[in-house]
Design a binder for this molecule. Sequence first.
Ligand code: IVH
Length: 670
Amino acid sequence: MDKEQIKKNYLIKVKEYKDHNKSYYDESNPKIPDSQYDKLKNEILNLEKTYKFLNNKNSPSKSVGYKASKSFDKYKHKVPMLSLSNAFNEEDLYNFEKKIFNYLNNKIKIEYSVEPKIDGISASLTYINKKLLYGVSRGDGNVGELITENLKTIKDIPQEIKFKNFPEEIEIRGEVFIKKKDFLKIKDKFANARNAASGSLRQKDPKETKKIPLNFVAYTFGYLKNNSFNKQSDFLNKLKEWGFKVNKNNNMISTIKDLVKFHKLFESKRFNLDYDVDGLVYKVNDLSMQSRLGFTSNAPRWAIAHKFSADNANTKILNIDIQIGRTGALTPVAKVEPVNIGGVVVSNATLHNEDEINRKDIRIGDVVKIERAGDVIPHVIEVDKTKRKSVSKKYEFPSVCPSCGSQTIKEFNKITKKFDAVRRCINTDFKCERIAIENLKHFISKEALNIDGLGKKVIEKFWDLNLIKKPQDIFNLNYSKIKNLDGWGQLSVNNLKRSIENSKTINFQRFIYSIGIRHIGIENAKIISDNVKNVSNFINLIETKRLDELLNINGIGETQINSLKNFFASSNNLKTIIELSSILKIENKKFNQNGLFKNKSFMFTGKLNGISRAEAKSLIEKNSGITLSSINNNLNYLVVGEKPTLRKINKAKELGIKIISQKDLLKLLN
Ligand code: IVH
């Protein structure tokens, strides 16, 4: 490439950089991810390093941020608010330290103040005679926007300092940011948390700023009259004493090796923090050394930002696996070429469902961008179709269950009038191997039987060894075989035996949940247990095909009833429940013994209005009464609904039993 061409190339990149600065700083609306921005910045800096003739006033080596917006009064910083150079790896850090040694002409041990780099926007607060007088944004580093009133709305920013030893004039700098959980509430309006903070801070009306909960963490000073501090760490401690928030994760570290170690640890924990961090800042802790080192045109020589890797990466789809869940849902999972995202090696990404694959036209062999955000499972954001080979074929989603070969269906949702995005295996029986295994995993899980020592992996292993094929098998294990398995021994067998024994006592509600019926989660299990009372009633409802009686109990609708019917249409499932009910000690719900209906018995005939039999029965039992299923001298009330059985009414009259209506029953209860 000739000189002209190199220069042309360089200027294109600088122009691009300037435009992105405008979107990022002025419009609070970046067009590219931070990682791409950093890459562009680095490319420009590298070009300048290689070709000394390149330079431009908008280059990242000369400029910081973007000039102040016209909507605010301008404020010239007494001390420029500069940027930080970036390090992406250990080598960059060694180079950073080498430059310091060269500059000082001395190889000494350096102590660093290590601070999380919160991804917000910086602000400067000038206090004169203990009062906050000027609050300013960074702007282009020399001139910022005067946003005092907006900053005053932030609760972390003291407007007046009460401490005796507070400097006469000090400019405190720090980061304004919004917490992840607060961002979630307004995420539709902004691209990310930083834009939300920036946008809100630069509102013309401070009342608008106040609407969004902003936070402030202090980390340095700009101008400071009569500075008496020796160390950055001393200053941070003082900030805390004065009532400013400082980062709880600040640290002191001395060698590059330890910096790298800490970086690695912190990077893996970054998603657990309640604010976004994009790296760590390392500052030479000794302030006199800092002032000896000084600044280059846009960044201090004494500090560097060690960035975290991006939360997305490009990789290739090697295959698409179909996983089958407990409820029969077929979930496609992309097996990808392993790639490091944010310090974690990712080799699987969920593709969600059949519709998602179709919408994005995701194919085996595609180059895709994968994102890993927070604790969620990595997922594909986009397909790079320019990299697709001409032989590539559209992905055919399997029409039969890959595990048992049964038909799969997409259910029609009567309410939304749409077909479900999820395809399901219709085999809810223990005949579909994957569904059976997933059901077993559910059965032993924390909220269900909670069997310690029998985790998901053990279930898979015991399944393969034919030790467990149905839930009831868990209570009849061949321990002498298990004892001799790899990784097992007498001690672990004894522990397993004990936790299985302990799990046998279970309340009715948990038992219903543990069966793993679709649409019967913890809440619905509770409703059913409150109404059905005990497992023999439950089995009776199933065997006599009276599950419809549960309809219209608070929360139990057609979806749940159909799911129950569907589940128990399999004789295997019913058999499992019956067998389990004799193995387990299922505790029934305890009811009030001294209610209004104490020692009173009821019987129903005919259809009730607006309330199911089951619910009416539960109402009576909640008030300490009982319901009978045949008329005898012990019966106190016969409750008559629509179209009653005359024979029952006559019999009641004969025995002198009180005959009441549904209304009368409710009256008895006030
Ligand atoms: S020191 C000249 N300390 O990073 C020193 N900056 O790219 C620069 N930042 O504009 C500031 N956490 O918005 C410093 N603990 C920290 C920081 C931090 C976040 C941001 C700040 C600054 C940018 C530099």
